[in-house]
Design a binder for this molecule. Structure first.
Ligand code: ATP
Length: 253
């Protein structure tokens, strides 16, 4: 059994608006395993992004624990939480957040330069390696506005993994991409996972979910189902799609 890398215990998140409480996450217990490609699925509004943000320290839960590396990160102060997000966690979103007046290469380098544990030369070598792996050599010295959406997202993934994060969190990373770019980004995520990168991804797209070896299904902020899969290989694409479609059907998807 793989090691647990992240745990949620009795996790609750509520939002209040005009005196009305919206209980989005309800007493959730969840273990995420090291090296897994875990996907969270569920209907719109079921709490997928809220769960991802609560687990990754992007937002604070209302109550409950989130344990990473043996520590309850919900007890961290803002400074420690910010450090965790830069050095230990990587993030990729549907909307690509790159600094507009920095080149793709510079965007990738910034969190690497912030990391006091790595030397400048080491960071620059790793950035070059990632630029090659992401196949964005010709885009690397251009500004985000001068590259395609797919190139920008691959740059954002390189930036997210420059500090070799314990977990890469991805919220609908292919949601704004066309079919070709979606495949490229998913291939990269799969490659990173095969190399050992733990990934936790929210998606409603079965083509993205087939890359996972574990899918968690949530409804009204509760886990109601889980599907375990073997490591993704291209030859299994069709059969995995059918398997996940059938499973999602059983979840009333
Ligand atoms: N900052 C916020 N303030 C108030 N309510 C919020 C906030 N963020 C999320 N919610 C509410 O929490 C619920 C779950 O939202 P969330 O974005 O987690 O769902 P989701 O499953 O990711 O949905 P989608 O698939 O549509 O992105 C929704 O009812 C949403 O309106």
């Amino acid at each position: 059994m793989a090691d647990i890398i992240l745990q949620a215990r009795d996790l609750c998140k509520s939002f209040s608006s005009e005196g009305v409480q919206n209980h989005v996450l309800n007493n959730m217990d969840l273990d995420i395993y090291k090296g897994d490609f875990t996907v969270i699925m569920g209907a719109s509004g079921s709490g997928k992004s809220t769960l991802l943000y609560s687990l990754s320290g992007m937002d604070r839960p209302t109550s409950g624990k989130v344990i990473y590396d043996g520590e309850d990160i919900t007890e961290y102060n803002e400074k420690r939480m910010a450090e965790l997000r830069v050095y230990e966690f990587g993030f990729v979103f549907q909307q690509i957040h790159l600094v507009s007046n920095l080149s793709i290469r510079e965007n990738i380098l910034v969190p690497g330069y912030m990391n006091k544990d790595t030397r400048t030369k080491e960071t620059e070598n790793r950035a070059d390696e990632l630029i090659k792996k992401m196949n964005i050599e010709s885009a690397a010295d251009r500004l985000p506005a001068q590259v395609s959406g797919g190139e920008a997202q691959r740059g954002a993934i390189a930036r997210a993994v420059i500090n070799s994060p314990g977990i890469l969190f991805a919220d609908e990373p292919t949601g704004a991409l066309n079919r070709r770019n979606t495949q490229d980004v998913l291939d990269l995520l799969t490659e990173l996972n095969v190399e050992g990168q733990s990934i936790l991804m929210v998606t409603h797209d079965v083509r993205a979910a087939i890359r996972a070896n574990r899918i968690i299904y949530i409804e009204d902020g509760r886990i109601i189902g889980e599907l375990k899969l073997s490591q993704y290989i291209e030859e299994d694409r069709k059969s995995r799609e059918s398997q996940i479609d059938a499973w999602l059907g059983s979840m009333q998807w």
